[in-house]
Write a protein that binds this ligand. Sequence first.
Ligand SMILES: Nc1ncnc2c1ncn2[C@@H]1O[C@H](COP(=O)(O)OP(=O)(O)OP(=O)(O)O)[C@@H](O)[C@H]1O
Ligand SMILES: [Mg+2]
Length: 257
Amino acid sequence: MSEKTEAAANAARPLDSTDTAIGFHPLIRVRDLVKNYVSGEETLYILRGINFDVEQGSTVAISGQSGSGKSTFLNIIGALDRFDSGSVEAAGTNISGLSESGLSSYRQRSIGFIFQFHYLLKDFTAVENVMLPAYMTGMRKKDAIEKAKILLCDMKLDDRLDHFPSQLSGGERQRVAVARAMVNDPDIILADEPTGNLDPKNSAMVAELLYAGAEKWSKTLIVVTHDEKVACRAKIRYVLENGLLGPAQISSFGGIN
Ligand SMILES: Nc1ncnc2c1ncn2[C@@H]1O[C@H](COP(=O)(O)OP(=O)(O)OP(=O)(O)O)[C@@H](O)[C@H]1O
Ligand SMILES: [Mg+2]
């Protein structure tokens, strides 16, 4: 068993009392997570009892066929979507019983989102797009701008700070979106196909900067991706299949079986 496969197998197992004794305190702890969609007469069983633990500061990649439930799973951890049964604890919050306003403050405090599309505000510059979430939640303007500049420099956009989205390439826009996801200092970054719209070269660059940024700022990163090269940079890899997460089996050709 490769090191990564073994790590995934270990992380996939349920925790027991000895884990606490040996100091394993997951930042994300999902138990028996079930999510169904009912449409008309039909029930779609999407997530069928997922158990999932992620250590603080870890990087995790989740792959799986289209429609397997990857976005649904990520959205549940990010409190964008409700679930039917089970429990989700993340960043010290049990989100199972939270009200709408509780969920909203959990999202604001603990989660940074990155999607396939950048969702930048077109009338605002790169710095403004990044500083706004911090400024809107109470950071002083000067400090928010300073933080935005630091994050954009991490994303190698030093010379694009005052560009509008229309003046940026696809890869650059996505790097602004990565900086924006980090500006409020969330514990967890959730990235759903962050390189899905990019060519291979830009995809590799955005992925490397995303992982490096997460490591530099001690973020816990979960990336959903179809791209083998993006997935293989993660410490731990899973495949979502038949409603359950299993360790990714890495073949000798580098693909997932
Ligand atoms: N609101 C909804 N109502 C009914 N079914 C839904 C709803 N949202 C998602 N689904 C179904 O749930 C399944 C999982 O969707 P999800 O978007 O999580 O898949 P995914 O693994 O992210 O796929 P992709 O790789 O194409 O992004 C799909 O079959 C989808 O059609
Ligand atoms: Mg999806």
